[in-house]
Design a protein around this ligand. Structure first.
Ligand SMILES: [Zn+2]
Length: 287
């Protein structure tokens, strides 16, 4: 399994002034690729990283907030080339799909072969990866789920935004890598996690690697690297801070690198992009 972060922004100031890039992250194993939380700029970051959006098999939303879903329709459009390539699949909470204000446009649903409802305990399989909505979070009144992604050899946990609860540690025990959206440096009475929460979760879940991301202003101005060192010291679990284009490979041992930005201003009209994490792309036109 490998993971590619498109960004690490969280919080209003950092995301919507783009002090850090945003756009979620990709998870791939063998010939399968998942895009989780395609927030603002996701499509641009995919192109900059040289990743062909056509390689994405499943798009997963943890919740409907703008910093997690702003680019979902753009990514569906890019993934399917407006319906010319094979159809895509999406898994999202019910309140992102239904009601007066769905975040996935009806027009783009025509380009989906599957639109699955993410609910506590639901599983979503695609190729060699299985996604489970592991835990429901309390998060500003929107349906929000922490996620586990499993391949044959690796288990990845993703603790998205939410108020800290003691079960967060046990829900993700057994994960090899645990990504934690850590918005605040200091505890605040809000539905987001802080460094102390991340440390408490890692202490109990004991993954091989903790990754903190989704940083708010407090952490960015202090230093994300310092924040990761603080969490590592407090938890006893190796911890790194994500940034745009951080790539983590899980097997045979965990390695962390950075993918080069290859297309800062987009690709030339005649150029093609490379698939990421897979060797073949289905180019079948959808019916
Ligand atoms: Zn949120």
């Amino acid at each position: 399994m490998k993971i590619l972060f498109l960004g690490s922004a969280g919080g209003r100031r950092i995301t919507f002034r783009q002090h850090r890039a945003s756009g979620g992250f990709l998870v791939a194993s063998h010939d399968t690729c998942i895009h989780i939380d395609p927030g603002p700029g996701a499509l641009v970051r995919l192109i900059q990283a040289g990743v062909d959006p056509a390689c994405i098999d499943l798009i997963v939303l943890s919740h409907r907030h703008m910093d997690h879903c702003a680019d979902i329709n753009a990514v569906i459009e890019a993934r399917t080339m407006g319906g010319w390539l094979s159809k895509a699949a999406v898994a999202a909470p019910r309140d992102a799909i239904e009601g007066d204000d769905p975040v996935i446009f009806k027009y783009h649903r025509r380009h989906l072969e599957r639109l699955e409802v993410l609910g506590e305990g639901s599983t979503h399989e695609t190729g060699s990866l299985k996604v489970t909505a592991a835990l429901k979070h309390t998060h500003h009144g929107v349906e929000t789920y922490g996620i586990i992604v499993e391949s044959e050899k690796c288990r990845l946990g993703y603790i998205t935004d939410g108020r800290y609860t003691p079960e967060m540690g046990s829900a993700y025990s057994g994960c090899d890598i645990l990504i934690i959206n850590t918005t605040f440096r200091n505890p605040r009475d809000l539905d987001h996690l802080c460094l102390q929460d991340a440390a408490s979760i890692l202490k109990e879940a004991r993954p091989k690697l903790g990754v903190i991301t989704h940083f708010g202003a407090e952490i960015i101005y202090w230093g994300a690297k310092k924040a990761a060192e603080w969490v590592e010291e407090a938890s006893g679990v190796r911890t790194v801070a994500a940034r745009e284009f951080t790539q983590i490979e899980a097997a045979p041992c965990i390695t962390i690198s950075r993918v080069k930005m290859v297309n800062p201003l987009g690709i030339a009209y005649t150029e093609n992009l490379a698939p990421w994490g897979k060797t073949r792309i289905s180019l079948k036109r959808s019916s």
